[in-house]
Design a protein around this ligand. Structure first.
Ligand SMILES: [Zn+2]
Length: 232
């Protein structure tokens, strides 16, 4: 079945290079990387303008996060799931940057964004980044940067080893396990800075919490968090 889908996609790409990743329909010339119908279907959360939103609540009692939000609800079997699948597994870096630019348009409206000094993408393990040829969180930063002109660095925060067994652990074990996964290469870059951590999907928030805690320990002035999507 998967082979049949791949063959269908290869065929479509051959004759219709511009195919919407959300629904596989042909894009018309006025549309960018996603068709109009899929754009209309994107489930925006509006969290960026809501204090104490569900993403912020994930971090209550943990890291002192200034502001946290996700742009979209991650709902299975929707165009958004296909879009994220394309970003992560179908070698579509332009789509990641494009989604980042949409995040930028939402974040630009916020007064709090003016206080962000630096964006840092959540790092992939180097092996995974090599296989994928890019880190989608870096490309989201690139897209946000195109709109809000805030600098970003993808060489400051690194991931040290795989956490592939995470799914078999309990929620508490996961929170404990991730704390020693990340390392900071250059502490002076974040000192006294308000850092925005950026990722594709937030589920438990454990990884971002571990990074936020470390950044604050290493003298970041404050940390905010945003992601493309939030798993309900
Ligand atoms: Zn579509």
């Amino acid at each position: 079945m998967a082979l049949a889908i791949d063959l269908k996609e290869a065929f479509l790409h051959l004759f219709f290079p511009q195919v919407c990743p959300g629904c596989h329909s042909d894009l018309v010339s006025q549309e960018q990387l996603i068709c109009w119908e899929c754009m209309q279907s994107l489930p925006f959360t509006g969290f960026e303008a809501i204090r104490d939103n569900p993403v912020e609540k994930l971090f209550w009692g943990r890291s002192l996060v200034q502001h946290a939000s996700s742009m979209l609800y991650f709902i299975p079997d929707t165009p958004l799931q296909h879009i994220i699948h394309h970003i992560k597994y179908k070698n579509n870096p332009a789509l990641a940057t494009y989604m980042g630019s949409i995040m930028g348009t939402k974040l630009k409206l916020l007064h709090s964004m003016k206080k962000i000094d630096l964006m840092i993408p959540m790092p992939l393990h180097p092996k995974k980044e090599y296989e994928r040829s890019y880190n989608q969180a870096s490309l989201l930063c690139e897209g946000i940067h195109e709109v809000v002109d805030i600098p970003w660095r993808n060489d400051v925060l690194i991931r040290q080893f795989h956490t592939s067994t995470q799914t078999r652990k309990s929620r508490i074990e996961r929170w404990e396990n991730v704390s020693d996964v990340f390392a900071l290469c250059e502490t002076s870059v974040i000192e006294d800075k308000h850092v925005l951590l950026v990722d594709d999907v937030i589920t438990t928030g454990a990884s971002m919490d571990a990074c936020a805690a470390m950044l604050l320990t290493k003298k970041a002035a404050s940390v905010s968090i945003c992601s493309l999507a939030y798993t309900i």
